[in-house]
Write a protein that binds this ligand. Structure first.
Ligand code: GLC
Length: 735
């Protein structure tokens, strides 16, 4: 449609039709019990209102979406097509590792590839938009949704956010055979107080700008078509009602001119926050703040018409929102072809294709983090006598908490992968994932361990007997998939007690233990660290998880992942992250244990168990001292920082070299160090390569005492290393 035709359409629409466009309903509203059920009807939403809605979420399938599109368009006064959206976060049917694991690849190209494949599969299934990428910065392992983020660092998150938007939307945001991206959750949903789900967020404006906004900005600069508001408050104002956040920051400062949708019932929840007394006043706050679409709160459908009629809200505001939505539908070609890429034939060709499964297996290998490997217990030899033990040996619920459209039966478990390899192995569950009788109430399904204590005792005894007769043990442990994701905040971030008991019993008879950990968050793994020689952190690895893990256990692939989020010593450290601010009494861990009057704990270490950026491989690398092209930088010059990396081991490997910078003196307190560059090198044994970073003043900018974003003259320290604790540094001065 031309812009002129689109304008004419907007002008011809009734107010009620416009408001319908701004309403998004879940597909369940259009189920066979009649279109409108539950709270919608209680709020006065009737069938006609439902058919006027501009967007539906949660429905996929070429045939199913086509049928719904036809039904709703037939009831639309101007036949305006629906915008069909769903949560495709780390895969549609071919499921990839959770985004937190993708962050551990430190390879934006890997994340882009995942986004491309998930977009193609779901576009063929009739979808138009995905509620992804989630780019919230996360530093609190208690929060269940850390699994959905790419981690604790603004620089890494920004690279990943841009790559994911590009993968989802395609080159030049053509959406061709892809989707539109809806980046979320604006803003800072990842910093809830105490890691408690939906909790309030208390951040300084400077921390919001320095730490949390960069990844949203990267998504906007990459062209994200939509943005979603977050549930939380910021400065005690619910984000969904915040004019400052949504109009001044998001639109004016960050330049976002796409469609802004609320999170699920987030407008309705303004009542819960105590800032609105009814749906109508909630609608007034949200539309005034600039929220274009109301996801499943019916506040717009039930309140906006009255607000316009009584003159409280101008129809102009509504027209602005409807115009942005019509433009998006037009950019996606929906007026010409409401069914876009939906195709049952394409579905059958693309979904879970061999190519996509291979990609899932390859990406998963990049996300595993080898935390320890004593006596080079890994990789295993083909003829090793191995006992495979633990609840995750056969567990297939390893897709991650936001993979509703993926099927566990399509997953490859560790056991299936070992059997496919044809190596000598025996298996024993040992125990369930959860403690006997423990129940977890999920988002779409519940689970509980129906094993009794007695049954579990027997399972442990069988596992011990097996372990005693084998030279090596691979034990696969972890938190339940349902202990992570939305509503998955945990105060105890260890594996279930029954699994600790199993490990204890196995350790008593065999010390050659490799642990493979499944988790949606950094766990407190001290128990596991003390009783194993090798630890491979596999996160929630997706459809080909078992295959990718076994490939790595036997050395077909080598670990290269680096932690995208610090692994805490204990939950008492949380939130723990490498780029902490300096203080008046900062101490490097271990220094002056007798001096209590320093920034530290008196009962646990300051440092995490494993730091951001850390990860081993099957070989070793040396990194030379840093060399600078000059130790003087000016506002319009650059300085090159170089180090020579050498593979000093006996296997090929990939090393991720990281550049960190510290501002030694500034008008506000600055972090101890900040990641400013990533380079990956693949080296054969004995091979070496020069890794070079170019430093310019843009990398040194920060929000100064006047909240101006600029660099300040003075001394800086630069590190080049393979994790955030590297001490390989030199200094330079910005003149
Ligand atoms: C949820 C989530 C959001 C998701 C939306 C639609 O509550 O917060 O990330 O996209 O609802 O499912």
């Amino acid at each position: 449609m031309t812009e002129k035709e689109l304008r004419a359409l907007l002008e011809d629409m009734s107010l009620r039709e416009k408001i319908g466009q701004l309403t998004q309903l879940d597909a369940s509203v259009f189920n066979d019990e009649g279109p409108v059920t539950g709270p919608a009807s209680e709020l006065g939403l009737n069938d006609d209102d439902a058919y006027l809605c501009g967007s539906v979420l949660g429905l996929t399938g070429a045939a199913e979406t086509e049928a719904l599109q036809k039904m709703c368009m037939a009831k639309q006064p101007h036949g305006i097509p629906l915008l069909l959206m769903a949560d495709i976060i780390n895969g549609y049917k071919t499921i990839f590792p959770i985004p937190l694991a993708q962050g551990c690849s430190f390879e934006p190209e890997a994340a882009r590839k995942v986004a491309e494949i998930m977009a193609k599969e779901s576009a063929a299934a009739g979808l138009h938009v995905t509620f992804a990428p989630m780019v919230d910065l996360v530093r609190d392992a208690r929060w269940g949704r850390v699994m959905e983020s790419t981690g604790e660092d603004p620089y890494l998150n920004s690279l990943m956010a841009a790559a994911m938007v590009e993968g989802i939307q395609g080159q030049e945001n053509s959406y061709e055979d892809r989707l539109a991206a809806c980046t979320k959750h604006f803003a800072a949903y990842g910093a809830p107080i105490a890691g408690k789900e939906y909790n309030n967020v208390e951040l300084s404006e400077r921390s919001l700008r320095e730490d949390h906004l960069p990844s949203y900005k990267a998504a906007i600069d990459a062209g994200t078509a939509m943005m979603m508001t977050s549930f939380n408050t910021l400065d005690r104002v619910p984000a969904t009602a915040s004019k400052w956040l949504m109009r001044k920051i998001l639109r004016e400062e960050m330049g976002f001119n796409g469609v802004l949708i609320s999170d699920w019932n987030a407008i309705g929840e303004l009542i819960g926050h105590g800032v609105a007394q009814d749906p109508k006043s909630a609608a007034e706050l949200a539309i005034t703040a600039g929220v274009d679409m109301d996801m499943m709160s019916f506040s717009y459908a039930c309140g906006l018409e009255k607000l316009v009629e009584e003159g409280t809200v101008s129809e102009q505001l509504i027209d602005e929102s409807v115009w942005r939505l019509l433009q998006l539908k037009n950019q996606m070609g929906l007026f010409e072809n409401p069914f876009r890429s939906a195709s049952t034939q394409q579905e059958s060709e693309l979904i879970l294709s061999a190519e996509h499964r291979l990609a899932a297996r390859e990406v998963a290998a990049k996300t595993f983090v080898l935390l320890k490997n004593e006596d080079q217990l890994l990789p295993l030899e083909q003829d090793d006598s191995v006992a495979y033990i633990g609840p995750y040996i056969e567990e297939k619920s390893i897709l991650g908490a936001w993979s509703f459209f993926g099927k566990t039966e399509d997953c490859v478990s560790i056991r299936e992968a070992v059997e496919a390899r044809g190596v000598q192995a025996e298996y024993a569950h040992g125990c369930g994932v959860l403690n006997p009788g423990q129940a977890i109430y999920g988002f779409r399904y519940d689970t509980e361990s129906n094993l009794t204590e007695a049954e579990t005792e027997k399972m442990i005894a069988d596992a011990v007997a097996l372990a005693a007769n084998k030279t090596k043990v691979v034990i696969a442990l972890g938190e339940s998939n349902l202990q992570t994701g939305e509503g998955g905040s945990r105060g105890d971030i260890t594996i279930p007690d029954i699994q600790k008991k199993l490990l204890e019993a196995i350790y008593a008879v065999n010390k050659n233990i490799v642990a493979v950990i499944f988790a949606g968050r950094p766990l407190d793994i001290r128990d596991i660290k003390d009783k194993t020689k090798s630890i491979l952190y596999a996160w929630m690895p997706g459809t080909e998880g078992g295959s990718a893990i076994v490939d790595m256990l036997y050395g077909d692939t080598a670990p290269q992942g680096k932690l995208s989020m610090s692994l805490p010593y204990s939950v008492g450290q949380v939130p723990v992250f490498y780029s902490e601010l300096r203080t008046g009494r900062h101490t490097e861990d271990g220094a002056e244990p007798t001096n209590r009057f320093l920034t530290k704990y008196c009962d646990i270490p300051n440092d995490p168990l494993y730091p951001f950026g850390f990860g081993l491989s099957y070989t070793d690398f040396s990194i030379s001292p840093v060399r600078l092209s000059s130790d003087q930088l000016t506002l319009d010059t650059t300085v090159k920082a170089v180090a020579t990396v050498k593979n000093i081991g006996n296997r090929e490997g990939v090393e991720t070299i990281q550049l960190y910078i510290r501002d030694e003196f500034a008008s506000v307190a600055r972090p101890l160090r900040e990641l400013k560059g990533i380079k990956q090198v693949k080296l054969e044994p004995g091979q070496e390569a020069e890794v070079e970073f170019e430093i310019d003043t843009n990398m040194l900018r920060f929000y100064d005492i006047n909240m101006e974003y600029k660099a300040q003259h003075g001394d800086f320290t630069v590190w080049i290393g393979n994790n955030s604790k590297t001490d390989n540094s030199v200094c330079f001065t910005l003149n």
